[in-house]
Design a protein around this ligand. Structure first.
Ligand SMILES: *Cc1c(COP(=O)(O)O)cnc(C)c1O
Length: 381
């Protein structure tokens, strides 16, 4: 029998039974009135969940395609763009924008820290930018950007659109499209929504939709807002085949999030992350992100001296838990553990226990039960 492992990487995250059941349903035609009603409900529910008065696009594809969709509909060749990068995923926008022939300026933070709203404000007053891109949580370093404060800066520069990569944040960290002045927000199904990979959602403000109109014909086809708007308004129409079972799975995930409440869910993530950080630190591990900008959806954790990354992750797998390696300069020196979406406290306890045993197997001096005990005590507070 296939070994059952607990997947604690920063996406895909654990998928609960009721969501799995939606993916296993018998297929329906995309024109079936029952499916059309379900797709319509998903579009409406996602729009109200994130408080977006513009348009919501839940489509087949991954987070990276959503990045392309955001840029494709808001910029034209020769435009200036400001990329705010707190790590690997912030940097991904550089190549996407350069390939499109945009003039790219980058504000980068040292890994583990964030670019400040003041730095962004200063840059925006020096030049006219078509858009600014910000990763809410950069999944390489597990830092979180101050979205609301950056939104206040953006309000002073109304000709510049505010693009937010929420792929490792949305439905974990708190977000509100209209209130925070976000023009394009996007996420992937496999992160804090707790669905398997294969869908993304783009939320576009009225201002972003107007920008798209002003651009005229754009070179991109599948990701063109104008191609999808008629379908989002009436999903009985066809442009490209929707991911039928993933639409159902996302609808179930959205219902779970609504029932918990977006704010309450964010607060749960905050409390859980603080407990995870304390637990990991209690056994001599170090959190890469500075204390003031730690994400609540995942952690990047630096090994103590002498622990071998490959050996540690193999030991984790033996204990039945998968975690991810670190990226860039931290590859081999740190690991990343997801703690978002529908992952439970019991999942955290299993993962922490596996971390303790795996560190011990790698020769580190660890008191078994210490991290688990710290986590439980913190969660009881
Ligand atoms: C995972 C991730 C992406 C890329 O999403 P894919 O679904 O892998 O294409 C982009 N940005 C962030 C912040 C991510 O965590």
């Amino acid at each position: 029998m296939e070994k059952n492992v607990l997947v604690m990487i920063p996406g895909p995250t654990p998928v609960v039974e009721s969501i799995r059941e939606q993916m296993a349903r018998p297929i329906q035609a995309f024109g079936d009135p029952r499916f059309v009603a379900d797709y319509k409900e998903l579009i409406t529910e996602l729009g109200s969940l994130l408080n977006c008065s513009g348009m919501t696009f839940p489509l087949a594809g991954t987070g990276t395609l959503a990045m392309e969709m955001a840029i494709a509909n808001t910029t034209k060749r020769g435009d200036n763009v400001l990329i705010v990068s707190n790590g690997f995923f912030g940097d991904r926008f550089i190549e996407i924008c350069e390939r499109k022939g945009l003039n790219v300026d980058v504000l980068s933070a040292e890994w583990g820290t964030i670019v400040t709203p003041e730095q962004i404000d200063k840059k925006l007053s020096e030049k006219d930018y078509a858009v600014v891109t910000v990763s809410h949580v950069d999944t390489s370093t597990a830092v979180v950007a101050p979205l609301a404060d950056i939104g206040k800066v953006m309000a002073k520069h109304p000709n510049t659109l505010y693009i937010v990569d929420g792929v490792a944040a949305t439905a974990g960290e708190y977000e509100n499209v209209d209130e925070m002045g976000i023009d394009v927000l996007f996420t992937g199904s496999q992160k804090a929504f707790g669905v398997c990979s294969g869908m993304f959602v783009v939320w576009a403000s009225k201002k972003a939709l107007q920008r798209r109109k002003d651009l005229g014909t754009i070179p991109e086809y599948y990701v063109d807002f104008e191609k999808w708007i008629p379908i989002m308004e009436n999903p009985a129409k066809y442009f490209a085949t929707p991911a039928v079972n993933l639409v159902w799975a996302m609808l179930e995930a959205t219902k779970i999030i609504k029932e918990e409440g977006l704010k309450a869910r964010a607060e749960r993530h905050t409390k859980n992350a603080a407990a995870m950080h304390k637990a990991l630190e209690s056994i001599g591990l170090r959190i890469l992100a500075d204390a003031g900008c730690r994400a609540s959806t995942l952690s990047c954790v630096i090994y103590p001296e002498g622990v071998d990354d490959a050996k540690f992750r193999a030991a984790m797998l033996d204990e039945g838990v998968v975690i991810a390696g670190a990226l860039g300069a931290y590859a081999g020196k740190a690991f990343r553990i997801g703690h978002m979406g529908n992952a439970t406290e019991n999942d955290m306890i299993v993962a922490l226990s596996a971390v303790e045993r795996s560190l011990k197997a790698c020769g580190a001096n660890v008191e078994l039960g210490k991290a688990v005990g710290t986590y439980i005590a913190e969660m009881k507070k």
